[in-house]
Ligand binder design. Structure first.
Ligand code: 13P
Length: 259
């Protein structure tokens, strides 16, 4: 059955007090999330208090990044097992800011996906084209290459733990959302690629989130599309007033589908 998965990527925002307050608001508001999965991805330093605060609630926590090595002399880095230790269920891997601001390569991203799975984490693998790539009609080629490379070491069974987030770079933090038809088109391409790389059962079940300026006023339209299985929300996940309505949109869509 279809699931919708709404995750908040807080990026490098909020203080400890603000993070905990938002965590409490979400825990109280989400209550029984029903068929909607919800997660928040705070900065590393707030994972531990958030993990404790949300323990036993339907709001899961995830990290925004991890290092692909088990441990050792990697100053400033955090391993997958450390994330697991503080209660993380998810980890975002290959976010466009990691690719474009920090120069992460496709091989490095693939290594993180493999390690995350070995450490018992569920990767949220981000892919997406830049504006220049879209304008030169390279969207399909870029997105397919990113998906194929990131999933290089993943087998059919482990695919049930993977979420793919399609985040067009030109829509992130710009207020310029992909039109629902544009998102749907790329999501369908990704699903068909997953069917080719794995099989149609894997493709039917893989969760493909959309990310890029998702707000309360566009969430229903995006989430209603057949191949859009959730949202990875940046700016609008920083406030209960904007994040909760997105979760509620997902819940309404699930309820309508069950009638
Ligand atoms: P915005 O929702 O702020 O555009 O960010 C999207 C994003 O990058 C989520 O990972």
């Amino acid at each position: 059955m279809r699931t919708l998965f709404i995750a908040g990527n807080w990026k490098m925002n909020l203080s400890k007090d603000e993070s905990c307050k938002l965590g409490e608001q979400l825990r109280d508001a989400v209550g029984d999330a029903g068929d909607v999965r919800v997660a928040v991805c705070p900065p590393f330093v707030f994972l531990d208090p958030l993990g404790a605060l949300l323990d036993g609630s339907p709001v899961a926590i995830g990290a925004q990044n991890m290092h692909p090595e088990i441990g050792g002399a990697f100053t400033g880095e955090v391993s997958g097992s450390m994330l697991k230790d503080v209660g993380c269920e998810y980890v975002i891997i290959g976010h466009s800011e990691r690719r474009h601001v920090f120069g992460e390569t496709e091989d490095f991203i693939a290594a993180k996906v493999t390690r995350a799975l070995a450490d018992g984490l569920k990767p949220i693998v981000c892919v997406g084209e830049t504006l220049a790539q879209r304008e030169s009609s390279e969207t399909q080629q870029i997105v397919c290459r990113q998906v194929e490379s990131a999933l290089n070491g993943v087998d059919n069974d482990a695919m049930s733990l993977i979420t793919i987030a399609y985040e067009p770079v030109w829509a992130i933090g710009t207020g310029r959302t992909a039109a629902p038809e544009q998102a749907e088109e790329v999501h369908a391409i990704i699903r068909s690629l997953i069917s080719d790389l794995f099989d149609s059962g894997v493709a039917d079940n893989v969760v493909i989130q959309y990310g890029g300026s998702v707000k309360p006023d566009n969430a229903t339209d995006l989430l209603s599309r057949e191949n859009v299985d959730g949202a990875l929300v940046g700016g609008a996940s920083l406030k209960a007033e904007t994040f909760i309505p997105i979760i509620e949109s997902a819940r309404s869509i699930m309820q309508m589908g069950q009638q």
